[in-house]
Unconditional design. Structure first.
Length: 95
């Protein structure tokens, strides 16, 4: 996340911390083979910013929570897509 997209109310050190945690989390997810999607990056960023907003400054915690939130969001989207596909298949079978 470019520093200009991190909320302005964070001090410079916190903004750098948020940026570094986001980049670390993103690199780990890429290693795991998760798709390069805007949803994934947005979830990482929103989680890290939310935690930093309430005072969390431990980079390892920021990264851990962001990765798990992104994986959860991806699983939810995958489940939603599967359910929609099953609904279409059931409708086609019934027709």
């Amino acid at each position: 996340m470019p520093l200009n997209e991190i909320p302005k109310y964070f001090n410079r050190e916190t903004r750098r911390l948020v940026d570094a945690a986001l980049e670390d989390a993103w690199q780990e997810l890429k290693k795991d083979g998760l798709p390069d999607t805007a949803l994934t990056r947005r979830k990482l960023a929103s989680t890290i910013v939310a935690l930093a907003s309430v005072g969390e400054t431990d980079p390892a915690k920021l990264k851990w929570f962001a990765i798990h939130a992104a994986r959860g969001a991806l699983q939810a989207e995958t489940a939603k897509a599967r359910k929609a596909q099953k609904t279409v298949q059931a409708a086609e079978t019934a027709a």
